[in-house]
Write a new protein. Structure first.
Length: 213
């Protein structure tokens, strides 16, 4: 089972709903993202939010579609996206995509990037996905990274203060046993040499970003 959560980020940042990565996903709506799903002919399996950013007409559409709702007061201790993700992770999907989670307000975009930590010790592969990027968080280990033809660049960013023993092979700029720290742009805008590359590190947390202009 794969699930995609659509939040209310700007439409200009959304990936195409025809994106192959989203082909077999069940959808969960977050606030205004629920209306966006309905506008694209998609009925979410559940919707979360205070729904303060939609009109009364749109809220009526949501009720008419008989979507199970988890509603909250505007004053609460977690964002609607976090509440939705917590529920999704309890369903133990193989993969989850956070969509509509970038662009617009920077505070929300930064927080949504931090939400990737919630899946780090689960069986779910969690990604941020927008029209230019796919992002995930890696814990220590060895990974084979497949090149995605639609993305020109692959970058690695220290999510923890330091990432120890970073070794990259199969890339234009390989590394061996490197210490990557916060504030270093060394691993930005790398490229695959072939169809895949290998990433290894021994300590820390590492953001993997595949992107295009």
């Amino acid at each position: 089972m794969n699930i995609a959560i659509l939040s209310g980020g700007p439409d200009a940042y959304l990936p195409a709903f025809s994106n192959p990565l989203l082909k077999d996903c069940l959808w969960v709506g977050v606030d205004r993202g629920t209306v966006t799903l309905l506008n694209n002919g998609l009925i979410p399996i559940r919707a979360f939010g205070d729904f303060d950013s939609i009109t009364a007409t749109d809220l009526s559409r949501i009720h008419e579609a008989a979507i199970p709702l988890s509603t909250y007061k505007k004053e609460k201790d977690a964002t609607d996206m976090e509440l939705a993700l917590d529920w999704v992770l309890k369903q133990s999907p193989e993969t989850c995509f956070l969509v509509g989670a970038t662009g617009g307000r920077l505070d929300h975009a930064l927080m949504n990037q931090q939400l990737l930590i919630k899946a780090i010790d689960t069986s779910t592969s969690l990604f941020l996905l927008d029209h230019q990027n796919i992002v995930t968080l890696l814990k220590p280990g060895s990974y084979t990274i497949e090149k995605r033809p639609e993305y020109n660049y692959v970058s690695f960013i220290a999510y923890s203060p330091a990432v120890h023993g970073l070794t990259l092979s199969g890339f234009q700029y390989d590394l061996a046993d490197h210490l990557l720290k916060w504030g270093s742009s060394l691993c930005i805008s790398n490229h695959f040499i072939g169809s895949k590359g290998t990433v290894r590190f021994t300590e820390g947390l590492l953001l993997l970003v595949q992107s295009r202009d």
